[in-house]
Structure formats: C-alpha cells, structure tokens
Design a protein around this ligand. Structure first.
Ligand code: ZN
Length: 219
C-alpha cells in the first residue's frame, strides 16, 4: 500500500514534524509559499489561540532536507478571484522561486484555501505542474483521475481517519494532509507519532510522495 502525506504553509512547527517523520523513515511533501518567508521567522496568525509562525527563508533548505517541496503559490491568495496576470504570477513565480531555492523540480501544486476554477486549473497545468490538490476529501478513495482537482483520502485529524484507511486499503493508496500547527500540544504530537508508527507497521506499506501518483516515471 502506498502511504502519502503532505503538509501546507511552511510553518515553524514543521521543524518538529520533520524530526518525527525522519525517526520513522516517512516521506512527505511540503507545500510552500516562496514569497512569504522573510530573513527572520515571522508571525502569521492565531490558530485556536496559538501563534503560528512562518519559517525564515534561510532555514528552509535545511528544515526540508530530504523531503519533497511543492508549490502553494507565491503569497497564498484565493486564486479564483485574481485577475489573469496576477494569477499567472502567483503560480508561475511561486514555482520558479521554489525550484531556485531548493534545486529540485517542483511539479506539485496545492490550491490556497482549496479555491480554484477551470481558468486557475489551466494556469497550474500550463506552468509545469502535474497535479493540484484540493481540500476536498475523497469518499471513494484518493482521486487522481483529474490531476488538477486531486483529492486526498482525508485530513490527518479526521475523526474517521482509520475507517478511511481501512476503506482505502483495497485501492492501494492512502493520502492524508494537514498543517503541523494543528498539533496543539504534546498529547496531539504523541498521538500523531503513534499513527505514523501504526502506518509504518502496516504490511506492505511504503511511503510515497503525491507526485508519484501522477508521474508515469515514478515507481
Ligand atoms: Zn495553505
């Protein structure tokens, strides 16, 4: 079974997450906004009363070393309300800057707020991306038939996470997503680490990146 996970927004709690994932040998893709990282870590917003901070630009390469990065636009606007030139800039420039920064091909995309329409999807395709993830959950398994409207199995905090995993088993792919800032306390981190360990122990389980589901060259 292919286990797939991806995490959004490039926040400081990703430092703890990558450390956890490395302990378990779990691959992951991180969806980043190249235009939102300053020379210093920067306060972003409050999530359930907890401060969310973005990583500093200079630490991105080290934090995500060994992981895959994907494009989440330059500055995280809702794309379905942008004029055409701004739309192309947000998507194309976001990808170009990530590729320059990480020295790896960037072929995955995630819509900010899950917002897209046909025009947005076309620009994502035209700028060199092989898939674009929505925030919709796939009720009938991971959705890859429409690569520009790709659906994961569920969010990592879905109350029915393991039921969805069981339903995904016959399809051979289980793909979850989230934000590490949603892990609010040590108890949640411990529970998530137990979930990763349980996934790793699944017979025949192998971690993949989302791009592997869309790239015919991938195993
Ligand atoms: Zn986001």
């Amino acid at each position: 079974m292919k286990l797939v996970q991806c995490w959004d927004d490039g926040v400081t709690t990703d430092v703890r997450l990558v450390s956890l994932l490395r302990r378990h040998g779990a691959r992951a893709t991180f969806n980043l906004n190249a235009g939102l990282h300053a020379p210093e870590r920067r306060f972003g917003w409050l999530h359930q009363g907890t401060e969310v901070w973005r990583l500093a630009e200079g630490e991105l390469r080290e934090v995500y070393d060994g992981f895959t990065v994907a494009n989440h636009t330059l500055t995280h606007p809702p794309l379905d309300s942008l004029p055409a030139d701004a739309l192309r800039h947000e998507i194309g420039e976001g990808r170009a800057r990530l590729q320059a920064l990480f020295g790896q091909p960037v072929r995955g995309f995630v819509y900010p707020f899950g917002a897209f329409n046909d025009e947005v999807a076309q620009v994502v395709r035209d700028t060199g991306h092989l898939y674009a993830r929505t925030t919709r959950d796939a009720h009938a398994g991971v959705g890859t038939a429409e690569p520009m409207a790709a659906t994961p199995s569920c969010h990592f905090l879905a109350p029915d996470f393991w039921q969805r995993f069981d339903r995904a088993r016959p399809t051979g792919v289980f793909w979850f997503w989230g934000h590490s800032y949603e892990l609010l306390d040590d108890a949640m981190w411990t529970a998530f680490e137990a979930s990763v360990a349980r996934l790793c122990a699944e017979p025949g389980a192998q971690w993949h990146d989302p791009i592997d589901l869309f790239d015919p060259e991938s195993p």
